[in-house]
Every structure is written in structure tokens, then in C-alpha cells.
Ligand binder design. Structure first.
Ligand code: NAD
Length: 298
């Protein structure tokens, strides 16, 4: 039986580890939070008292941690010194490209295979095992990485070498942040012009304004029943998470010299919405700010 060490059992990692166990794999899970460990145990995982204990006999290690510094520390201090060299290391956290490349280089120098494999899709996709994975790894390792990821995934695509998975993730989410603001501005303008929101949706979704933010995740309540706009913007992908990804994109743009003026503006607008209290709301709630309303926090 494949033995998976799963480190980081939060909103995303909890469901992902559960899907590894559901697929019949022996999952040894670890998180700093006792409540997260209890949830993992209830989902069929064995729990470990430390990262070192979790990885000691693993065939593969999957990490789902908050940000770059956590990933750097957990790999340098706990995974690389204690995992067997045969273990395939997969980091699915969303982190900066530089950290991903640094961890990959350390892992490779220590004799490990490593992949950065961030995900698209929120907690519902993590629970359902339908995430999209964007992978940066050696070409020769991709089939093995796909095998580890399979129970958690709807689609797994190789973006390129180490760091390319994280690059794909922040570029994708920069498109998403910008396009959501564009769609929200259009609804705010339509409203001022006396154009019914649902009618505008019917027209734009069949015209050149069509995009994912409009037709799959409509920020205007009504036209897309599954969108968070229909549940007071609760759940979904939080503004704080979108802001984190836009910041990563801007840091990468500054370091690489790419011109991303709309990405920069999107970051500024999401930072403002966060400051106004919208951080925990779904990122499509920025429509409220553009309509001149304060976010409705609970
Ligand atoms: P989360 O904060 O809910 O979970 C992170 C978990 O890591 C926590 O349970 C925390 O206790 C644990 N942790 C932190 N340091 C640790 C350590 N040293 N050892 C063991 N465990 C440790 O975050 P999340 O929402 O699950 O997101 C995880 C990653 O996935 C982030 O990088 C995020 O950007 C990315 N992501 C999140 C979503 C989303 O919708 N939530 C979607 C796509 C990607």
C-alpha cells in the first residue's frame, strides 16, 4: 500500500488528505493544530506527533502549508533530514516562485525528487477531489507525481521545471483578480445606467464580455446559482487569499521586470477592500465596494 505523509491539514489539506485515505492509501498526517489532527483521524488517516515521525517511512510526502516561509522551514528542518531518499516530495501550497526553486534545489541536492504542485479550486474541490494541479518538476518525474496527486485531482498539468507550477498559479490568479474587477465594474456601471443586472448578464455572457468570472462565478446575485454572490459572498475563495496571490504576482513582476499595471491596480483594490473589512468575504464581493457599499461582515 502506498504510504503518504500529509503535512498541513487546514481548510484545503484536510479534504485532500481525506481523499488520499479514501483511495486506500496509508496516510500519516501531521498538523500543528490538534483539531485538524482529530478531523484527519475521523477521515481515516493515522496521525503523527511530528513532521519527522510522519515522513519517516513515506513513499510520498505532500505539504499544504500557508506560505513560503512555512514551506522552507518544514522542508529544511523536518522533511529533508528525516524522509527516506526514495520519497517523492510534492508541495501543493501556493508560495513564491523563488522559495519553490530554493526548496527544489535543496531537495535535489539531498537526493530527493521534488515537485511544486499548487492547486486551483477552493475547499469544495479539495473535499470532492476535483482540484486542478499545476506542476513544476523534472519531466522524468511527472508520471510519478501524477500518481501521487490522482485521488485529489480533476486535472493535472505539467507547467515546466521547478517553480513553473507556482508561476502558472500566480499568473492564472492575476487574470482571475483582474477579470473579476472588470466584471464587477461593468455591473456597477450597468446599475447606474438603469440596466437590469440579470439582463446585462444574459447579454454579456453571449457577447465578447463573456469570461469565467462572469459566467461561472457571477458577482451579481441571481444568474449563476452556485456562485458565492447568492450566499452573501460566504465561502468560496476569500479576498485575503486573492490578495496573497496578487501580492505574490507583484513581487514576481518586480523581480523579473515584467510590466503588470492591471495586476498592480487589482492588488491595490483588493488591499483596499481587505482594509474595509472584506478579507473573509469571497473575492467577488469587491462588487459591493465598487457599488459604493461597505462590506457586510458578520
Ligand atoms: P489553512 O491556514 O487553513 O491551513 C494551513 C495548515 O497548515 C494549518 O492547519 C496550520 O496549522 C498548518 N501548519 C502551519 N505550519 C505548520 C507546520 N510547521 N507543521 C505542520 N502544519 C503546519 O490554509 P488553506 O486554506 O488550507 O491553504 C493552504 C495553502 O493552499 C495556501 O498556500 C493557500 O494559498 C493555498 N490555496 C488555498 C485555497 C483556498 O481556497 N483555501 C485555494 C487554493 C490554494
Amino acid at each position: 500500500m502506498t504510504r503518504i505523509a500529509f503535512i498541513g491539514l487546514g481548510n484545503m489539506g484536510g479534504g485532500m488528505a481525506a481523499n488520499q485515505a479514501k483511495a486506500g492509501r496509508e496516510v500519516m498526517a501531521f498538523d500543528l493544530s490538534a483539531a485538524a489532527l482529530d478531523r484527519a483521524a475521523a477521515a481515516g488517516c493515522s496521525t503523527a506527533g511530528s513532521v519527522a515521525e510522519a515522513v519517516r517511512t513515506a513513499d510520498a510526502v505532500v505539504t499544504m502549508l500557508p506560505a513560503g516561509p512555512h514551506v522552507r522551514q518544514v522542508y529544511a528542518e523536518h522533511i529533508l533530514p528525516h524522509a527516506p531518499k526514495t520519497a517523492l516530495l510534492v508541495d501543493s501550497s501556493t508560495i513564491d516562485v523563488e522559495s519553490a526553486r530554493a526548496v527544489a534545489a535543496q531537495a535535489k541536492a539531498a537526493g530527493f525528487r521534488f515537485a511544486d504542485a499548487p492547486v486551483s479550486g477552493g475547499t469544495a474541490a479539495a473535499d470532492a477531489g476535483t482540484l486542478a494541479f499545476m506542476v513544476g518538476c523534472d519531466e522524468a518525474d511527472f508520471a510519478a507525481v501524477e500518481g501521487v496527486i490522482a485521488p485529489m485531482s480533476r486535472v493535472t498539468l505539467r507547467a515546466g521545471d521547478h517553480g513553473a507550477g507556482q508561476a502558472a498559479k500566480i499568473c492564472n490568479n492575476m487574470v482571475l483578480g483582474i477579470s473579476m474587477i472588470g466584471v464587477c465594474e461593468a455591473f456597477a456601471l450597468a446599475e447606474k445606467l438603469g440596466l437590469d443586472g440579470e439582463r446585462f448578464f444574459d447579454i454579456a455572457s453571449r457577447s465578447s464580455g463573456q469570461c469565467w468570472s462572469l459566467t461561472s462565478y457571477c458577482p451579481w446575485p441571481g444568474p449563476v446559482p452556485t456562485a458565492p454572490s447568492n450566499r452573501d459572498y460566504e465561502g468560496g475563495f476569500s479576498t485575503a487569499m486573492m490578495l496573497k496571490d496578487l501580492k505574490l504576482a507583484q513581487e514576481a513582476a518586480a523581480k523579473s521586470g515584467a510590466a503588470t499595471p492591471l495586476g498592480s491596480t487589482a492588488e491595490g483594490l483588493y488591499a483596499l477592500f481587505d482594509r474595509l473589512g472584506g478579507g473573509s468575504k469571497d473575492f467577488s464581493a469587491i462588487l459591493e465596494m465598487l457599488r459604493g457599499k461597505a462590506p457586510q461582515t458578520n
